[in-house]
Design a protein around this ligand. Structure first.
Ligand code: FES
Ligand code: FES
Length: 194
């Protein structure tokens, strides 16, 4: 079969590339410069190549790029930046869960998928969710600890956001476009005038 132009949505960017039908998503992503997606075994054994495909973790070495056409693909680099790391990325660094780092993006993707589903996972659930990922350097204790730390932080952030939202709603209660119905807004249109 001839190559065809495939549209890939990766980390919020759109790419159109000519790809042969046997090109894996792993190869396509790395050729596009997403080298945070690691090539470990190319046969589904190590999890180093994991990405989120429409929110589900997959080993990109087992997915053909054609199959990922128009799906939303998120790699580890799409979760955060050096200046604004994702809580998981921060926790992996803080817990000493990274040595050579080759396995880390895959672990973070697997952990992200878990925490999206289960915000308060048990240790067994974490170990099960990460069971498809291999690390030859760090050992798994610090990795599990990192996921627990991130889960706690993400739950805390959510609660703080929830409190903020409730406070905003409470303050906003009784407001109209022209101010508060109790008259304390002075009756001037919000955002208007000056
Ligand atoms: S490179 Fe895909 S699972 Fe190892
Ligand atoms: S940190 Fe080296 S393979 Fe996991």
């Amino acid at each position: 079969m001839q190559p065809k132009i495939v549209t890939l949505y990766v980390n919020g960017h759109t790419h159109q590339v000519a790809l042969a039908p046997n090109v894996t998503l792993l190869q396509a992503l790395r050729d596009l410069g997403y080298t945070d997606v690691k090539n470990g075994c190319e046969k589904g054994d190590c999890g180093a190549c994991a990405v989120l495909l429409n929110g589900q973790p997959v080993n990109s070495c087992l997915v053909l790029a054609w199959q990922a056409e128009r799906a939303e693909i998120v790699t580890d680099a799409g979760l955060g930046t050096i200046d604004h790391p994702h809580p998981l990325q921060e926790a992996f660094a803080d817990a000493g869960a990274v040595q050579c780092g080759y396995c880390t993006p895959g672990f973070i993707i697997a952990a992200k998928a878990l925490l999206d589903r289960v915000p308060h996972p048990t240790e067994d659930q974490i170990r099960e969710a990460l069971s498809g990922n291999l690390c030859r350097c760090t050992g798994y204790g610090q990795i599990v600890e990192a996921v627990q730390m991130a889960a706690e932080k993400m739950r805390g952030d959510k609660e703080t956001r929830g409190q903020g939202d409730r406070e905003t709603r409470r303050q906003g209660a009784g407001r109209t476009r022209f101010g508060r119905i109790d008259g304390s807004g002075g009756g001037r249109p919000e955002g208007g005038g000056r």
